[in-house]
Design a protein around this ligand. Structure first.
Ligand code: GLY
Length: 359
């Protein structure tokens, strides 16, 4: 699989950790900081250390695993460690982990001393197909997702498929939601290919194809003025449900992808109602998603709370809730204002769907 060219940086797929070692050897950075969480520190760092054996000037910064780490306190912790370790402007941050590590690490690096360089080594399916590509960095405040952040491109991304081999099934499903989204918004052929594939174990070519789709979108619109909004399909309702779950479900909170899967059902319903998605295609989307993900119980009592999270979504304009919808499978349409009633109707629709499993 060829290296993909992104916005001024390469995304490596073959011998990626070897490529990282070359990148470091050939660079002029003064110091290297590897940001990990407790999981990647245990499962992925040893492989990285093997590749970087004999190299000097590395320091390790470890955060707790989980979305709770993506907040200002952890970010301050990372900045302080950089100060304590004596990081200068010629330092490089290596973000080894999932979306939390790449978002937080990218944000901490892009603001430290007005910005130091960073690279991503994504270790989850979600971060390989989504978070590591396109230069979004950020943290949450009061569980409002990514409300503070920057657009800063990494210097390179190193995608190592082998990291996915030990991931639990739920983590694969989490990334899969973004892959399904890529098919739904801009490639019906890819959607059909995904439907025909073993989605419990997506093949390397599928991961590559998703990255290509995401990369094409962000190259055309790095700052999300138009076409990049397509990537928000499923995320208006999805982020609200994710926030609710993070605040209420403790250790059993929904993963990002599980929440986006719910969001994609609700927003497909809205697409049918407002943007011309046919009833047959709505049913097809619902069948695929409900066959893969367990049902999440959403009672009508929490609709208002979910709506308040949607109102805080950074994608809104003039206080109106703005959704990306589908006109058909493989085609999106941006900037659909959705009313409170319409959003409630979409949540009600979700609650009525029959799923194979419940959580
Ligand atoms: N995760 C959506 C984007 O990168 O724009």
């Amino acid at each position: 699989m060829d290296t993909i060219k992104s916005i001024g940086y390469p995304i490596y797929f073959s011998d990626s950790l070897g490529q990282l070692a070359n990148f470091i050897k050939q660079s002029k950075y003064s110091r290297f900081f590897i940001l990990t969480d407790e999981n990647t520190g245990k499962h992925c760092l040893p492989l990285l250390n093997e590749k970087l054996a004999g190299m000097e000037n590395f320091d390790l910064i470890e955060i707790n695993a989980g979305e709770e780490s993506k907040d200002i306190d952890f970010c301050i912790g990372v900045w302080k460690m950089l100060i304590d370790f004596g990081a200068d402007r010629q330092s490089l941050m290596i973000n080894l982990g999932g979306g939390v590590v790449s978002d937080l690490g990218g944000f901490a690096a892009s603001t430290f001393k007005r910005g130091i360089d960073f690279v991503h080594v994504p270790t989850t399916l979600l971060s390989q197909v989504d978070a590591s590509v396109g230069g979004k960095t950020g943290i949450d405040i009061d569980s409002i997702k990514n409300i503070i952040g920057t657009f800063t491109q990494p210097k390179a991304v190193f995608i190592e498929y082998d990291f996915l081999k030990t991931l639990p099934a739920r983590q694969i499903l989490s990334g899969l939601a973004e892959m399904l989204k890529h098919g739904l918004i801009c490639d019906s052929g890819y959607w059909s290919l995904l439907k025909a594939s073993d989605l419990k174990k997506p093949a390397p070519e599928l991961v590559y194809y998703s990255v290509e789709i995401k990369n094409k979108v962000v190259i055309e619109d790095p700052k999300e003025m138009g076409i990049r909004k397509s990537l928000n399909f499923g995320h208006t309702v999805g982020h609200a449900v994710e926030t609710y779950s993070l605040l209420n479900d403790g250790g059993k909170a929904l993963s990002h992808g599980e929440a986006v899967a719910i969001g994609m059902i609700c927003e497909s319903f809205l697409s049918h109602k407002k943007a011309g998605l046919s009833a047959d295609e709505l049913e097809e989307i619902v069948n695929v998603i409900s066959g893969l993900y367990p049902k999440y119980s959403i009672s009508e009592d929490i609709f208002a709370e979910l709506y308040t999270y949607m109102q805080k979504d950074k994608k809104n304009q003039n206080g109106k809730i703005n959704c990306t919808l589908l006109t058909q499978i493989g085609q999106y349409s941006i900037d659909h204002v959705c009313t409170e009633d319409e959003l409630y109707e979409s949540l009600k629709y979700y609650t009525k769907i029959q799923y194979a499993t419940f959580r």
